[in-house]
Design a protein around this ligand. Sequence first.
Ligand SMILES: Cc1cc2nc3c(=O)[nH]c(=O)nc-3n(C[C@H](O)[C@H](O)[C@H](O)COP(=O)(O)OP(=O)(O)OC[C@H]3O[C@@H](n4cnc5c(N)ncnc54)[C@H](O)[C@@H]3O)c2cc1C
Length: 419
Amino acid sequence: MTTVHIVGAGMAGLAAAVALIKAGRKVVLHEAAGHAGGRCRSFHDGRLDRSIDNGNHLMLGANRALFDYLDDIGAPGGLVGQERAALPFVDIRSGERWTLRPNGGRLPWWIMSASRRVPKSRARDYLAALRLAWASPEATVVDCLGDAPGRLYERLWKPLTDAVLNTDPHEAAARLLWPVVYATFGQGEAACRAYVARDGLSPNLVDPALAFIARNGGQVRFGRRLRALERGGGLVRSLVFTDDEVPLSAGDAAIIAVPSWNMGTLLPELALPEGTRAIVNGHYRLDRRVTLPEGSRLLGMIGGTAQWLFARDDVVSVTVSAADRLVQQANEALAETLWADVARALDLGAAPLPPWRIVNEKRATFAQTPAALARRPGPRVGLSNVFLAGDWTDTGLPATIEGAVLSGRRAARSALESH
Ligand SMILES: Cc1cc2nc3c(=O)[nH]c(=O)nc-3n(C[C@H](O)[C@H](O)[C@H](O)COP(=O)(O)OP(=O)(O)OC[C@H]3O[C@@H](n4cnc5c(N)ncnc54)[C@H](O)[C@@H]3O)c2cc1C
C-alpha cells in the first residue's frame, strides 16, 4: 500500500493523519520535537506542580472542523463549553463589570438590548462590523471600525482582534476578522459559546489523536526534523531528514504541516507570510479552586496588561496577545504586573504573588496583516505529490486551531484526489 508521509505533528498534521486514516490510507508522521501538539500542548510544570497548557486556548461552538476531528478520534467530550453564550468582562481601572449575551437564532437582536451589550454602546455601533464583510484586501480592522476612544473599540473590537488575530487592530487584516465575527455573532448563540479543553490541550486534543493513529496502524516518529525536499520531474523524490532519507515511491505523497517560519528552507521559491507575533501567558497556582462569573470559562479584562483570564481548578491563567513588546521584559516583572491585574479582576485585594510561571511564545502565530494575507498559499504548490497544511496556509480563517484542523483535512483531501 502506498504511504502518505506527514511532516509536523501539530493540530494540522494530526488532523491530516486522522482524515487519511479514515479514508483507508497508510500514514507516517514525522515530528522534529519529542512530543506532538506543536503550539497546542500541555506540560508538567515543576514550580506549580500542575500540568499546564503552553497557552490558554479558546475555542468556539462555531468551530465545526474541530468538533468533527474530536468525534473522529473518539474524544467528543474533550471540550467543555458554556450552556448559554455569555462573555463577562471587567474594567481593571474602574472595576466596572458587564456581560455580553448573544441571543439564540440568527438575527442578532441582542445588540438592541442595553443589558446584553457593552455598557454605553449603541446598537448602531455594532452595525459597523458589517464593513468587515466588504473590506478590501488591504484594509486593516481600524480602517473599517475606527479606533475612537470611549465606544466599542476599547471594549470589544480591540480585545476581539487581539484575541482572534494576535495582531494589533491598526495592522490586522479586516478580512480575517469577518469570518469570526460572522460565525460568532451572525450564526446564533450556540456558535458563540466558549469552549476550553476539559483537562488540558494534550490530554484532550492531542493524545487521543495519537492513540487513534496507533490503533489504526499509523506511525508517529519523534525527533525527526525535515531538512530538505529532494526534487525532480515536478515531484519530490525523497524527504531528507537530519539522520536519514525517506524515498517517496510512486503513489506515495507528503503533507508538510510545519509553521511558515520553518518552510523557507524547504520550498525557497514559495512567497511566505512575513513576521510573527508573540503571546504571553501567566499561570498562577492559588490555594483554592477558582470559579468565574456566570459559570464562564473565561473573563475579558480591559484597561490593564492582562487581556483574558481562564481558570482550571486552582490554576488561574492570563493571556496577552500581540505581546511583542512585553516579551522583552523580565519574567519576574511580568509575573508581578499580570498578577496585579488578576488580583483586581478576582477581587483578591493585596494578595501576595503566588507560585507562577510565565510562558512566552515569541512566534505564537504569523502577523495577520493584509500583506501576509496575500502570501498564504493553498495546499497545492506545483509538486504533484506534496501538499501544504498549517494554520498559516490560506484557509480563509485566522491562525487558530480551527484553521489548522481545516488545513490538515484539506491537504488530506488534495492528497487523496491526486493519488
Ligand atoms: C500561546 C498561544 C495561544 C493560542 N491561543 C489560541 C486560542 O485561544 N484559540 C485558537 O484556536 N488558537 C490559538 N492559538 C493558535 C494555535 O495554537 C495554532 O494555530 C495551532 O496550534 C497551529 O497548529 P499547526 O499544526 O498549524 O502548527 P504547529 O502547532 O506549529 O505544528 C507544527 C509542528 O511541526 C513541527 N516541525 C516544525 N518544523 C519541522 C521540521 N522541519 N521537521 C519536522 N517537524 C517540524 C513542530 O515541532 C510542530 O510540532 C494559540 C497559539 C499560542 C502559541
